[in-house]
Design a protein around this ligand. Structure first.
Ligand code: ATP
Length: 565
């Protein structure tokens, strides 16, 4: 770097963090000197900080303290506002903030009428100003923890966050003294959090990132090819999330209370607010244990309420909602024009993804070859609530040294929307032993070009001539019918939820096979030695031209051919 010129003002040092900013919760993370992303706890010790601000006589409360104000001070408590930023009042769904300060139309934007100063006056505080205050609090917690002033961030946002929403968030953060270096999509952040682990094996795969939050569920199908990610499809659902699971428990406990006390606690806003907070806590406990209790002091007419529920009962009550989570994933896979057998991994992200039943349903839905990355299916899974913030922190550490222009360049659609392969390119090795050859995909479909892949194949045991055919391949699903086993007229199944009638239905076995298409090239390698191996390199250029090199491992020479697109 050149020495500073006379009169030149030094730009302040960039201290960047990762922020995940959700409607329900936010998190802040940093990357340690060892390159590990860590979530930062705020002054209250919370790593998942409710995106809530509350005001009492001019004093501002944030996070968990603000959320507890939803019982007594709901009118001056602002919650669930992220999705209102950069939106028109007429286009927004007001339901999430039904029990907190209501969103109101304010010129061309949205505001909350709250008493946020010592005076009795109600002020219209715009959603942009609320966001600034929230980001300021997050940055201040991060600064306290890191011992230096945080002034920049990478923020994770949903895949359908519009340009206007991005601009509004950039502006609101700037007002809080935080420069947004980049916005990263939530599914990309989650994949990055997994791929950045030292033990991660970076290989070509198709990943479903299912982000199940408090007020919305977002699913993305991501192709990971040579460490580059492309989003193939997305699905969004605003009716299936943690709030619907809370509601099931609220209704369950309310019915029990009515039976004993002949009064419905849901009719009184304060009682409902108390019940809602406690029901959410009970729901979280049910992710860990088989039983959970609920305790609400003075729920209605001064009566305390205590009860318990077990996981089996909860899972029965919520079965329909749980099934909907699987359906959102199915929808995204279909939109990507893929089969569930194409999915290598499912990353469960977001708070609701802690729910064991959701992952167990997915384990049944996908084939046994699909890895479900969630706390209840994989002991080494990363905490789903922290994935977006961790990914954002990793990205922040990668780019905080870059120039602004370079960051803008790298995220420009011209750069990120590179051409992708429509079909896989694979190899068939033909020898005297295997006349037909078996197709092995070397470059998967949806790989962004240019790219290069190398494969090593065993030659015949006794050595000899090897013909390498480079072919296009299309994935196909082969369905075979298998006669179902019968046990006393009942289908053999351990799935007690799905009542099977006594009909004898054949079982379908579905498997992924390759349909070999056009042969792009053929290379002959003569006289490969006994037990030898053949190495094939396929290089696809940006213009889709293909260069193939084949050689015997350890031997001199080889065959090289170029194919135009
Ligand atoms: P959104 O933007 O959809 O509102 P978010 O990204 O802000 O969500 P998250 O923290 O991902 O928020 O998800 C919050 C939801 O996760 C809440 O409904 C919360 O009750 C739920 N949740 C958090 N922890 C658990 C747990 N251990 N078990 C079950 N649900 C949980």
């Amino acid at each position: 770097m050149s020495a500073q010129q006379d009169g030149e003002v030094a730009s302040p040092e960039v201290h960047a963090i990762g922020i995940s900013f959700g409607n329900s919760n936010s998190s802040i993370a940093y990357t340690s000197s060892e390159g590990k992303a860590e979530v930062i706890a705020n002054e209250e010790g919370d790593r998942y900080i409710p995106s809530v601000l509350s005001y009492v006589k001019g004093e501002e409360y944030h996070g968990t303290q603000a959320k507890s104000q939803l019982v007594r001070n709901n009118e001056n408590t602002v919650a669930y506002f992220r999705d209102y930023l950069g939106k028109d009042f007429d286009s927004l769904d007001p339901r999430p903030c039904h029990a907190s300060a209501h969103a109101k139309k304010h010129g061309s934007t949205v505001a909350f009428s709250i008493q946020d100063t010592e005076s009795e006056a109600h002020n219209a505080v715009t959603v942009s100003e609320i966001t600034t205050r929230h980001i300021r609090r997050l940055a201040s917690s991060a600064s306290d923890f890191m011992g230096k002033k945080v002034n920049a961030a990478v923020i994770s946002v949903p895949t359908n966050f519009t340009e206007t929403q991005r601009e509004a968030l950039t502006q609101a953060s700037k007002e809080a003294g935080v420069e947004v270096l980049q916005m990263i999509s939530e599914p990309t952040a989650a994949v990055l959090a997994y791929d950045a682990r030292s033990e991660a094996e970076i290989k070509d795969k198709i990943i479903v990132v299912a982000d199940f939050g408090g007020t919305r569920s977002d699913v993305a199908v991501v192709a990971s090819r040579g460490g580059m990610y492309s989003i193939l499809s997305t699905s969004h659902d605003y009716e299936t999330a943690g709030a619907q699971l809370d509601q099931i428990l609220i209704d369950h406990f309310a019915k029990e209370f009515i039976k004993k006390n002949k009064t419905d606690p849901r009719q009184n806003p304060k009682s409902l607010a108390k019940l809602k907070l406690e029901a959410e806590a009970t729901k979280k406990s049910l992710s860990l244990g088989g039983n959970a209790s609920l305790n609400v002091e003075s729920i209605a007419d001064g009566v305390d309420f205590a009860s318990t529920v077990n996981r089996t009962r909860y899972e029965m009550l919520a079965a329909k909602v749980f099934a909907s989570f699987t359906r959102i994933i199915e929808d995204a896979v279909r939109k990507a024009d893929l089969d569930i057998l194409d999915i290598d991994e499912v990353i469960l992200s977001g708070g609701t993804s802690h729910t064991p039943r959701i992952s167990q349903n997915l384990q049944r839905f996908f084939s046994s070859k699909t890895r479900i990355l969630s706390p209840s299916t994989l002991p080494t899974a990363i905490d789903p609530s922290s994935l977006a913030a961790r990914g954002a922190a990793i990205q922040a550490s990668l780019i905080s040294e870059f120039d602004k222009e370079d960051i803008e360049q790298s995220t420009h659609p011209m750069v990120t929307v590179t051409p992708h392969l429509r079909n896989a390119i694979g190899i068939m090795v033909v020898t005297d032993d295997i006349k037909k050859g078996l197709f092995t995909a070397l470059v998967e479909k949806e790989t962004a070009v240019p790219c290069k892949r190398v494969g090593i194949f065993a030659a015949p045991r006794e050595g000899g001539d090897v013909i390498v055919k480079v072919c296009e391949g299309a994935r196909d699903i082969k369905i075979t019918k298998k006669e179902k086993l019968k046990t006393n007229g009942k289908a053999a199944s351990d799935d007690s939820d799905l009542d099977s009638d006594n009909e004898e239905e054949d079982e379908e076995v579905r498997e992924k096979i390759w349909k070999v298409g056009t042969v792009l090239a053929e290379a002959a390698i003569k006289g490969v030695k006994k037990g030898g191996k053949v190495e094939v390199t396929v290089h696809v250029g940006a213009d889709l031209g293909v260069v193939v090199t084949a050689r015997e491992v350890g031997a001199k020479g080889g065959v090289r051919g170029t194919l135009d697109k």
